[in-house]
Write a protein that binds this ligand. Structure first.
Ligand code: DGT
Ligand code: CA
Ligand code: CA
Ligand code: ZN
Length: 617
């Protein structure tokens, strides 16, 4: 998506949310208009800044008045209406709107009756009983709210933030800063680069010899709420979504050392520094450098005795070796600093992927040259969970989705619209057969991609699936997934999933736990039983690339990989542009330390198709 469109889409989303609060309903005409326009801009392949108000209004989904607001943004850098709504409704209200069970009306009620306008205020009002006493709320609502806040770990007291909030912001900021004059490189680091599911803050690094324009561009980013601090090479801000972003500007020659340092984890870095000392070297955020002979010997002795324990914050001081006080690193001979690869190599290690850097065995594996061979985006040859506009929530026609897949280099693509049991979205047998014909024709016509005719089946509460076994056997590929009854007990849920895994026609289990980050926690499962069954039948477990799902999660992936379970990385795309999300599924698979050979959609088509035959026999 062109860079400008990304920003505009986000602002339209914010306008929709603020208007929802302002008008007291998500169904208000204006709310839907902003949402439609946001989707239209997300799907636009031309840069909005090149379009006139008239041309914008001609885009399907964008009305005249919103076209005007988009032009206003492109021309002036702000939208008057947005500023007005932001002044009227503090960010805390948006935070409240994210809590299940709290709609726009309740958010207004909380503000007008109790003066509660953020999460901390709500928690206080829950605690002292004011919510339970509020007409229109009551004790039951209070209990439900408390449960939602707890389950979703939304509590204001613990400020970890979901990865799905941080990654788009990280990508946007890095793209933005790369475009600043004089910038040689930019990257995000810290826990976001390690792809941890919950993060504290976002760390961004920029390599340049001229920090001033970078800092200026950073502080000028549109989504900043507060500047927490700003110096020549270090700035810190808070975004409107409550995410803290730390920027560090470093000279290009030490970018690798800085990236390594600020990616962490702290425990991984401590191990590397100990390793450096044993080699007469010292590692910090500027470089890996050689210590003078005498100091080196003294420190190496000391380092030899040190037990390499994983350090947490409290142990940090005790375990962390530091350069001796009489040595100034500025005088030392630099051994490596420009890239991470050079630094690892000088420590006799292969480059260790960021997703592994937790001091959880990766250094030992690196030493023995036994690191898992992690999957990359380039390894993937196809996408295996994709919706067209035939099922209710898909947005683009088959032809467009297929063209999008070919543009992205896919050799195969599975179309998996919802089947008939999903009453709102699902499609009938006749329509399925009709689609199959359409698909075969298109495949013939194009000749550049293999199209698998599939469906996304709904796993009923008793483990039953859509259609009947004979009809199911007619599909090339079947994803079965849970879409409702999330609250049942662990035994019932496990039975339900096992039935789907063991069904002869099912080839993959979609979003295994059905969680939606920030919205619902997902079903409880006996994962041992589920993974063992998947390993036994060969049925794949999906790694859903949607950042709101990250389902299966990294832990499940890691355990499954160890048991020889097959996985597929799929986008679950409901629109063409969502085909780009594969990269998030890849990152999650890497976080799960999965060997790329366990990912079925890295396989060449003949291997892939004979595996399907095996699973289904
Ligand atoms: P977070 O933000 O809490 O999710 O986790 P990180 O890992 O992003 O931690 P953060 O933002 O405090 O610092 C970024 C990285 O910088 C961290 O992973 C390692 C490095 N780092 C920061 N402070 C220290 C320190 O005092 N000692 C060491 N060894 N490394 C540090
Ligand atoms: Ca961080
Ligand atoms: Ca930080
Ligand atoms: Zn789906």
């Amino acid at each position: 998506m062109p860079r400008r469109n990304d920003e505009v889409a986000r602002l339209l989303g914010e306008l929709a949310k603020l208007t929802e609060i302002d008008e007291g309903s998500p169904q208000a005409f204006r709310v839907r208009a902003y949402d439609n326009a946001r989707r239209a801009v997300e799907q636009l392949t031309t840069d909005v800044s090149g379009l006139s108000a008239g041309e914008l209004a001609g885009v399907k989904g964008i009305g005249k008045s919103i076209a005007g607001r988009i032009r206003e943004y492109v021309d002036t850098g702000t939208i008057g209406k947005l500023e007005e709504l932001r002044d009227k409704h503090p960010v805390g209200k948006l935070e409240l709107l994210r809590i299940p069970g709290l709609g726009a009306k309740s958010v207004e009620l909380l503000a007008s009756e109790l003066g509660v306008t953020d999460l901390a205020g709500l928690e206080a009002a829950l605690e002292d009983g004011r919510i339970a006493e509020l007409p229109g709320m009551g004790r039951k609502t209070a209990d439900n709210l408390r449960r939602s806040i707890g389950q979703l770990e939304l509590s204001s007291k613990q400020t970890r933030i979901d990865l799905y909030v941080a990654v788009p912001t990280a990508e946007r900021i890095v793209t933005e800063l790369r475009g600043v004059d004089g910038v040689v490189d930019a990257a995000y680091a810290g826990s976001v680069r390690r792809f941890k599911e919950k993060i504290g803050d976002l760390d961004v690094l920029v390599a340049t010899d001229d920090p001033a324009p970078v800092t200026a561009a950073f502080l000028d980013l549109d989504d900043i709420e507060t500047v927490l601090g700003s110096g020549e090479t270090k700035s810190s801000v808070l975004t409107r979504e409550g995410l803290q972003v730390d920027l560090r500007v470093v000279p290009p020659e030490s970018f690798g050392a800085a990236l390594l340092y600020f990616t962490g984890s702290k425990a991984h870095n401590i191990r590397l520094r100990q390793r450096a000392l044993r080699r007469g070297l010292t590692l910090n955020e500027y470089s890996l450098a050689r210590l003078p002979q005498e100091t080196a010997e003294a420190v190496a002795d000391e380092a030899k005795d040190q037990v390499a324990e994983p350090a947490d914050d409290t142990e940090d001081q005790a375990v962390e070796p530091s350069a001796p006080p009489d040595v100034s690193w500025r005088d030392l001979e630099v051994v490596a600093q420009r890239s991470e690869e050079e630094i690892y190599a000088a420590l006799d290690l292969p480059w260790i992927p960021s997703e592994l850097r937790e001091d959880d065995g990766e250094i030992e594996q690196g030493e023995r040259d036994e690191l898992p061979r992690l999957v990359t985006r380039q390894d993937l040859r196809g996408d295996l969970h994709d919706h067209t506009d035939r099922s209710g929530d898909g947005r683009d026609p088959l032809e467009d989705l297929v063209a999008g897949a070919v543009e992205r280099g896919h050799e195969y693509l599975a179309i998996t619209d919802h089947a008939e049991d999903l009453t709102i979205n699902g499609i009938s047998r006749d329509e399925m057969l009709d689609q199959r014909e359409q698909l075969r024709e298109l495949e013939q016509q194009r000749g550049d991609i293999r199209l698998l005719h599939g469906a996304e089946l709904n796993i009923g509460v008793d483990g039953s699936l859509d259609y009947d076994d004979e009809f199911l056997a007619g599909f090339d590929w079947l994803v079965a997934s849970v879409h409702s009854h999330f609250g049942r007990g662990v035994e019932e849920q496990t039975r339900r999933i096992l039935a789907a895994i063991r069904h002869p026609s099912v080839t993959a289990i979609g979003h295994l736990q059905g969680r939606m980050l920030g919205k619902r926690p997902g079903i409880e499962l006996d994962l041992d039983a589920v993974l063992d069954a998947a390993a036994e039948t060969g049925t794949a477990i999906e790694i859903n690339a949607n950042l709101r799902r990250l389902d299966a999660n990294a832990q499940v992936i890691r355990e499954g990989g160890a048991r020889g379970v097959n996985f597929v990385i799929s986008t679950d795309a409901h629109a063409v542009h969502e085909l780009d999300n594969l990269r998030h599924g890849v990152a999650n698979a890497r976080r799960g330390r999965l060997d790329r050979d366990r990912v079925a959609n890295t396989w060449p088509l003949p291997t892939f198709e004979s595996w399907i035959e095996d699973v289904r026999s």
